[in-house]
Design a protein around this ligand. Structure first.
Ligand SMILES: Nc1ncnc2c1ncn2[C@@H]1O[C@H](COP(=O)(O)OP(=O)(O)OP(=O)(O)O)[C@@H](O)[C@H]1O
Ligand SMILES: [Mg+2]
Length: 278
């Protein structure tokens, strides 16, 4: 069984590197349609990430699709690029929706992916998808995406509480825009440049503390002893230390936190036997 860290590293490397699949074998896609980007991860029949594509976009807000045609166009493009790299058709995909999403909204996600030419064979809620990678039984999983901070408390392997509040990576970029008089795009690039890690961390500390404060408030009634951070904005340097301080709960983050949910979605649609080996 491969460690989550190794699988995540392989998923991230698959943006650049393509592993040719065995001819005629089944391929499994995880499509993560978020507020900041759409990410598609492709697994081979052994559950190994073989190719990955993403595009930044603004087609969803607060878990709702606001640009249906735009979302279809991007998903089709990502699928086309992946098929060209892999040299095979992609036919099966899993999707994930924020917890508490109603059938109409998860139906919209499904329709977008099906309009791109893939059959949706699994619909998961986002924390369950993330936990297919992390495998925690008790604790809180915090997903810091582009627009929101979502949290899911697990007890005995089951989700017992979820919440989602509107502070995400976008708010970090807004702070950088104001401080350095940059455009939004410049602030995004500045934030994600590892050379600026220390400066960015200092500038957006109040935003990260606010996120941790949100989580602290929601977990207070529960006996939570462990926290995990996932989602792109968890890429902020040492954000886990900020959370550990505010929550008073040991907080960890896997490598490549942005890849956790898309990888977990794809793992979720693997046939049972393969899933056990992962
Ligand atoms: N290295 C990094 N440091 C800080 N933030 C980062 C880094 N890399 C990406 N991000 C931020 O992560 C966010 C996108 O994360 P993610 O892909 O998890 O969001 P999403 O799933 O599209 O959004 P949501 O879950 O809110 O719908 C963006 O705000 C982006 O700026
Ligand atoms: Mg997300």
């Amino acid at each position: 069984m491969e460690s989550p860290g190794l699988l995540l590293a392989k998923a991230d490397a698959a943006f650049e590197r393509t592993t040719p699949p065995v001819r005629g074998s089944a391929l499994y896609c995880g499509v993560d349609l978020g507020t900041a980007s759409i990410i598609v991860v492709v697994l081979n029949c052994d559950g190994e990430p073989i190719a990955c594509e993403m595009e930044p976009c603004q087609v969803a807000r607060d878990g709702l699709v606001v640009d249906y045609m735009g979302a279809i166009a991007i998903t089709k493009r990502l699928k086309g690029r992946l098929e060209e790299r892999i040299g095979a058709k992609l036919e099966m995909a899993g999707i994930a929706v924020p917890p508490g999403t109603n059938n109409a909204n998860s139906g919209t996600h499904r329709n977008i992916v099906e309009a791109s030419g893939m059959e949706v064979t699994g619909v998961f809620d986002e924390p369950t998808a993330a936990n297919a990678v992390l495998g925690i039984t008790d604790g809180v999983v915090v997903d810091i995406g582009g627009g929101t901070t979502g949290l899911s408390i697990f007890k005995d392997g089951h989700v017992i509480y979820t919440a989602d509040e509107a502070t995400g990576g976008r708010h970090m970029s807004l702070v950088l825009m104001g401080r350095y008089k940059m455009s939004y795009e410049e602030a995004e690039a500045f934030k994600q440049n590892p050379q600026n890690a220390g400066e960015v961390r200092a500038a957006v500390l109040p935003v990260a503390e606010k996120m941790a404060g949100i989580v602290a408030r929601h977990i207070a009634p529960y006996d939570v002893k462990e926290a995990w951070l996932v989602g792109g904005a968890a890429g902020l340097s040492k954000i886990e230390d900020i959370f550990t301080g505010v929550l008073g709960v040991a907080t960890s983050k896997p490598p490549y936190p942005m890849m956790v949910t898309p990888l977990g979605i794809a793992l979720g649609i693997l046939p049972e036997g393969v899933k056990l080996e992962c």
